[in-house]
Design a protein around this ligand. Structure first.
Ligand SMILES: Nc1nc2c(ncn2[C@@H]2O[C@H](COP(=O)(O)OP(=O)(O)OP(=O)(O)O)[C@@H](O)[C@H]2O)c(=O)[nH]1
Ligand SMILES: [Mg+2]
Length: 313
């Protein structure tokens, strides 16, 4: 009898865990920390994630598929409504839900709203994850853990676990995966070994450009930015050992007045965005890249069903 079938060894498990929480709670950063690679873009602006991103954690005993979702919030646009729908559909389909609450902010109406929604889903185990613990002292953290426990009691949610983590400080991240695995069903792996995400390359590239474009912009502008990769083609006539990938992408904004901000004086900002994202894209694809960025206006795309469809929502 080989080891795999010995009765003392736990059966292999595989399944889906989704992270939910309000915008900026640290869901995508935690997803990346667990996977060990950047599969989801992150930023200090709320509502960075706009579609579900799957990150895959491979372990000898289990395959944990993390589904990072957009932050759930009060929708102000059609895009916002679409994002919230995506989140709700996702949590109906997963084996375990990880509810992310930042340690550095008192529980607010946004968290209560999500918790009340989660309370309606009876069958799925829920783990409360207090994120960003590196930002607070131990007293504040203890108070937050108690508050989360009380929130569960108030709403009739029985947390399978309450766990504090820091994705940036790498505290308790692997413990979190240890706690999630037993909540998954017994199953062989669902994805091939080595796959870290099922995101198409073109989407990953667009997201890396959007991440770079988000840096340093303020107010409403982050929400107005969308990126679409139009074409990715190997440059013809290059020697085999010196390939170059041409990437053409459009950066969309909502109003002509935003164009100047994105492009910057003499194109300096757009150039910076190109340089910064190109580094990440080259690391992702493992090949030198020529990145051609164009800024275009898609008028009020967040509210326009036709434009939303064109941009992939
Ligand atoms: N200090 C600290 N900062 C963190 C930690 N996790 C996330 N952050 C920061 O919090 C901000 C938001 O992180 P994200 O991972 O993008 O948050 P999110 O929940 O995915 O946000 P949305 O996609 O907008 O819903 C970023 O600036 C992160 O760097 C952490 O463990 N410690
Ligand atoms: Mg996110």
């Amino acid at each position: 009898m080989d080891n795999a079938s010995s009765p003392t060894q736990a059966p292999h498990r595989a399944g889906f865990a989704c992270f939910v929480g309000r915008p900026n709670a640290g869901k995508s950063t935690l997803t990346n920390a667990l996977v060990g690679t950047k599969v989801a873009i992150t930023s200090s602006r709320p509502q960075t994630t706009r579609h579900t991103v799957r990150g895959i954690v491979h372990r000898p005993d289990a395959q944990l598929v993390l589904v990072d979702t957009p932050g759930l919030h009060k929708p102000r646009t059609l895009l916002g409504e679409r994002l919230n729908d995506v989140v709700r559909t996702t949590w109906a389909e997963v084996d375990v839900i990880g509810f992310c609450l930042p340690a550095d902010q008192k529980l607010g109406p946004g968290d209560r709203f999500i918790a009340a929604e989660l309370a309606k889903i009876k069958k799925t185990p829920k783990v409360a994850i207090v994120t960003k613990t590196d930002l607070v002292d131990s007293k504040t953290l203890a108070e937050q853990l108690l508050a989360v426990d009380r929130l569960g009691q108030e709403l009739g949610i029985e947390w399978a676990e309450i766990i504090p983590v820091s994705a940036v400080g790498d505290k308790q991240v692997s413990l979190l995966s240890d706690l999630l695995v037993p909540l998954l069903p017994k199953s062989p792996p669902l994805y091939p070994e080595g796959d870290l995400t099922d995101e198409p390359e073109q989407v990953m590239v667009a997201e890396l450009i959007r991440e770079a474009a988000l840096e340093g912009v303020r107010d409403e502008l982050p929400h107005s930015i969308a990126v679409v990769v139009e074409e990715m083609l190997p440059r013809e006539g290059r020697p085999e050992n010196k390939p170059l990938l041409d990437i053409h992408a459009n950066v969309y904004i909502e109003r002509p007045s935003q164009k100047g901000i994105i492009i910057g004086p003499k194109g300096a900002r757009l150039k910076e965005v190109g340089m910064r994202s190109r580094k990440h894209i080259e690391a992702l694809l493992g090949t030198p890249v020529f990145l051609d960025l164009h800024v275009k206006v898609a008028k009020d795309w967040q509210r326009d069903p036709k434009q939303l469809r064109k941009l992939g929502f």
